[in-house]
Design a protein around this ligand. Sequence first.
Ligand code: ZN
Length: 226
Amino acid sequence: MLRFSLLFTLFLAACTVQPVGTYGGYTPGGTPVSTAGAPPRPGLAPPRITKALIPAGRYGRHRMRRMVPRYITIHSTQNYSRQSDARAHAEMLRRGALKGPRNSLGYVTWHFTVDESSIYQSLPETEQGQHADYEGPGNRYSIGIEMCENRGNSRAATMARTARLTAHLMRKYRIPLNRVVPHQHWRMIRYADGRDLGHKNCPHFLLDGGRPGLKWRNFLRMVQSH
Ligand SMILES: [Zn+2]
């Protein structure tokens, strides 16, 4: 993974003038490369994922907006009630129960919810969610993963499962490690009135003083270990 991360960092640096969503670029030697249609990389077996998609055309998917994932955004739910595991969150999304003024579509949505023993998927990976920064790049280009914090749930096991899912998605979509970011990375400009809400302290237990530090670097190391 490390070797590919480095390679992709290099090619992303080389193709920053390309239009959004165009994959390809140049090798360090200057040879053009295209990754379109490349076969999946061998190695990591996909983690077990339970699909519980929000119904197409309804609730948080009433406008289904295509996305080429270029980042992975990590969150934590800050929902501490005992029953609020991954399945419960996926159910809320599926029933349209997570309405929120915090986004322009009227619903909060994200792609994956992870707890100590399971992963639930609520949105296709190639569809925009509403979890990071209103109409900003965090929502337009990133896959959102929420880590559960329900009482009784193992944080260590949840982080380990999240790291594995993240590594899997990085390979699948050729996303380099420096594009795996905490929610805090994205500046939140509120859609309704343009107000700058700054950076959220999320996922709070992986940040140091509200910023990425040692804990975040340790999480990235877990991702790299896959
Ligand atoms: Zn968050």
